[in-house]
Design a protein around this ligand. Structure first.
Ligand SMILES: *C1O[C@H](CO)[C@@H](O)[C@H](O)[C@H]1NC(C)=O
Ligand SMILES: *[C@@H]1O[C@H](CO)[C@@H](O)[C@H](O)[C@H]1NC(C)=O
Ligand SMILES: *[C@@H]1O[C@H](CO)[C@@H](O)[C@H](O)[C@H]1NC(C)=O
Ligand SMILES: *[C@@H]1O[C@H](CO)[C@@H](O)[C@H](O)[C@H]1NC(C)=O
Ligand SMILES: *[C@@H]1O[C@H](CO)[C@@H](O)[C@H](O)[C@H]1NC(C)=O
Length: 402
């Protein structure tokens, strides 16, 4: 598609959005494969690029010193620090807190200041990071989209802040990750993050598949966009040309769950399950892990597929009942990510392993194949009945090669 057509499509989608009250559209910019949105913070306002992350809650922005060299920056992009003293509307709300991620750590005091994007302005709480080990981050911080229950430093997430102020038309956000996953060359790309509504009409072909979001078992509260996973199955064409496959069901045994995390760059699974998953698609896991086999992109084709069966509306129904499962199906060709082992003809293995038993993490390689909707199901925490929705992308919105 010609670039001009792409921008026309985005402009059309955004123009439609601007007419709806309580709906905030944020176009997505990729820098070096990091998906980010921009906000203006403070008075006078300065623009900050933030990596949005459904796997963490508190928003943070590096402070001036951190941006100017106190924190490592190997990203190839300059950073803009948020300066509390330089903003006439900013105030400190808490002493220093820290957040540990799978890939880094940050710390800083909590602050409150004006956030602005498009026509919307609101008071937002976030950490003003004076420490950050995210040296490769080609932006100024994170915009957390997990639940407020795991926010730190007296901060609240962007969607739950807007929700509590009655600023959202609907208690949800929608996400289209676009098509230019490496870089949008300094401009917003086709992707969009929408607060207060979702854009199935624009992006989705057919019905949405909705998965129930569950409370964290230990804390008995909603923390992450996490759904109960009941079964995995994979299939491929056997050597004899006949269909072959394997599956594992967790029903009545250890419970498994899947977390949907825009901040994760892979689909990662428990090691125990990885063996079976690779077997199910006819691949030699051992040979890939030991480096004896470099997967070629030509091996990512539609002769194999994997199905993750999450809990449907009636998960205890007998096998065969249409309400028992809600399936997310991925075909081999959809999972090809070139560039493995610094080779253009090689692709990253489809699944990483090493997770704790029962823990599946679904990152961008899965989320970018769908339009996804994160629905709180209520406007106050005590009314939440969250669910996460998946819609097949219309042809014109699909990533290239899929
Ligand atoms: C961060 O890296 C970019 C690109 O190398 C550079 O322009 C910028 O000055 C760096 N910032 C600092 C504080 O080193
Ligand atoms: C920071 O900690 C000090 C000492 O415990 C306390 O007096 C102060 O109120 C705290 N500041 C904020 C903004 O929480
Ligand atoms: C933000 O907070 C300030 C100070 O409390 C208040 O004056 C202002 O009206 C608030 N702005 C919005 C958009 O709520
Ligand atoms: C499809 O991928 C499988 C490996 O998963 C490979 O054995 C097969 O040759 C591929 N088929 C085509 C037509 O490339
Ligand atoms: C994205 O980057 C990877 C790794 O450098 C490269 O292999 C791939 O071809 C790039 N994709 C596009 C569409 O430029």
């Amino acid at each position: 598609m010609a670039p001009s057509t792409r921008y026309a499509l985005v402009a059309a989608a955004l123009a439609q959005a601007a007419t709806a009250a309580g709906v905030i559209e944020m176009p997505i910019t990729y820098r070096n494969s990091y998906a980010m949105v921009s906000v203006e913070a403070g008075t006078p306002a300065e623009e900050h690029f933030l990596r949005f992350d459904t796997g963490s809650a508190s928003t943070w922005i590096v402070d001036k010193k951190c941006a100017q060299g106190a924190c490592n920056n190997y990203s190839g992009f300059p950073r803009v620090g948020y300066n509390l003293d330089g903003s006439s509307t900013g105030e400190q709300i808490s002493n220093s807190s820290s957040i540990g991620y799978l890939g880094g750590k940050i710390a800083g005091p909590g602050v409150r200041d004006a956030f602005r994007t498009g026509d919307a302005t609101w008071n937002q709480t976030f950490l003003n990071a004076d420490e950050s080990s995210w040296a490769q981050l080609p932006g100024d911080g994170f915009l957390g989209l997990a639940f407020d229950t795991i926010s730190v430093g007296a901060t609240h997430t962007v969607p739950e802040t807007l929700l509590s102020e009655g600023a959202l038309a609907q208690p949800r956000f929608g996400l289209y990750l676009g098509t230019e996953f490496n870089d949008t060359n300094g401009q917003p790309g086709r992707g969009a993050l929408t607060f207060g509504g979702s854009r199935e009409d624009t992006y989705v072909d057919g019905e949405m598949t909705w998965l129930p979001v569950m409370k964290d078992v230990a804390a008995r509260e909603y923390q992450l966009w996490r759904a109960p996973l009941l079964k995995f199955s994979g299939s491929h064409q056997g050597a004899d040309g006949q269909p072959a496959g394997r599956s594992r069901s967790w029903e009545g045994q250890t419970k498994s769950t899947g977390v949907f995390d825009t901040g994760a760059g892979t689909i990662s699974v428990p090691t125990w399950d990885a063996y079976l998953m690779y077997q199910s698609i006819g691949w030699d896991f051992e040979a890939i892990m030991t480096g004896q086999h470099i997967p070629l992109c030509s091996e990512f084709n539609s002769t194999w597929s994997v199905t993750f069966s999450f809990a449907g509306p009636d998960p205890d129904a007998p096998a065969g009942s249409p309400d028992k499962y809600r399936d997310i199906v991925l075909t081999g060709d959809q999972l090809a990510r070139p560039g493995f082992a610094h080779r253009e003809d090689a692709c990253y293995p489809p699944f990483e392993h090493g997770n704790d038993d029962g823990f599946f993490l679904f990152g961008a390689p899965l989320l970018r194949l769908f339009y996804t909707v994160y629905d709180f199901g209520g406007s106050k925490p005590e009314e939440y009945k969250p669910q996460v929705g998946f819609g097949q992308l219309k042809k014109e919105f699909k990533p290239p090669g899929i």
